[in-house]
Design a protein around this ligand. Structure first.
Ligand code: NDP
Length: 281
């Protein structure tokens, strides 16, 4: 039997109620896989010991969440291409005797995006400049997006992400300070909310976005997994836009992680159903 683990920060949720655990275990059960995915609460002070423990016990890998995504890098043996650029790891994978850090958040988003549109040659407006935005920006730029506009409230963080994307990818990148209602420029192909606006319990919070500037030819994506049908998703649908909700990214990062660890392609619909069941309450 193989154990994978999620080295989380300080989640107060018991294991059975952790959506990621439930989602991954649902896939294992559905495919009859003799694997386990368990949740351990590990703070930065015990991270070194936890990674040593994972190595000692022969774990095939683990996920890690905030606040461990950057701290964990020093305890790993190497990084995948996008994790190196993003500077954060949410998934460690044992390859031979090494633990390699990957970032599957952006890859999960990219997978959802590719189900609807080929990002090559497209332009993206992205709200936010935190960890999710970083992962999405890097991964979509590596996939061939030609233009990225980073729209963020805090100038320092927004500018830092725009500089990183300009320096490390081929995309043309622009930063816009978000200090009022923003109008999406004509010709934009993809709009992404990668801020935490709309996350439960603040479900009525809205982006300062002029919805009149959102047109049916744009694809609109939201990273918020709970609730999946955010105000942005609903309003974009009413405009006739193709939409991607936050469950797509969450499910696909899980599918990619399981593939890294076990080599097996699992059915994403089983994982999505489990999350819908949990988030429906
Ligand atoms: P961070 O804390 O790193 O970044 C948050 C971002 O949201 C910042 O850009 C911040 O702007 C912006 N923001 C927050 N509140 C406001 C506000 N009221 N007005 C304007 N901007 C705001 O968080 P993460 O990037 O790690 O996560 C962001 C969201 O992505 C979370 O809700 C998380 O649940 C979701 N997520 C979803 C995943 C999925 O699989 N679906 C995976 C990973 C994350 P500023 O810089 O100005 O503070």
């Amino acid at each position: 039997m193989n154990f994978l683990s999620q080295l989380t920060g300080c989640f107060a949720l018991p294991c059975a109620e952790n959506p990621t655990v439930a989602m991954v275990e649902a896939a294992y059960q559905h495919h009859g896989l003799d694997w386990r995915y368990i949740n351990c609460e590990v703070g930065p002070d015990k991270l070194a010991d936890a990674v040593l423990g994972a190595r000692a016990m022969g774990w095939q890998g683990f996920n890690c969440s905030l606040p461990n995504k950057v701290e964990v890098i020093q305890y790993l043996d190497g990084l995948g291409e996008s994790a190196k650029i993003i500077g954060a790891v949410n998934c460690a994978v044992r390859r031979d005797d090494q633990l390699i850090g990957e970032n599957t958040d952006g890859k999960g988003f990219l997978e959802s995006l590719k189900e609807k549109v080929d990002p090559a040659g497209k332009s993206l407006v992205m709200f936010g400049a935190g960890g999710a935005a970083r992962a999405i920006g890097v991964e979509t730029a590596l996939a061939g997006l030609t233009k990225i506009t980073v729209v963020n409230r805090s100038v320092d963080r927004g500018q830092e992400l725009a500089t990183l994307l300009s320096e490390k990818t081929l995309a043309h990148v622009e930063f816009v300070e978000w200090n009022g209602e923003y109008s999406i420029p004509e010709g934009t192909d993809i709009v992404v909310n990668s801020t935490s606006i709309g996350l439960f319990p603040d479900v009525e919070a809205r982006l300062a976005l002029n919805m009149d500037s959102v047109t049916a030819n744009m694809l609109v994506a939201d990273v918020i997994p709970n609730p999946p049908r955010t105000i942005l998703v609903r309003e974009a649908e009413q405009k006739g836009c193709a939409v991607i909700d936050g469950l797509g990214m969450l499910v696909n990062q899980g599918v990619i992680g399981i593939k890294y660890w076990t080599g097996i392609d699992v059915d994403p619909s089983v994982m999505r159903s489990k999350l819908e069941e949990i988030f429906a309450g």
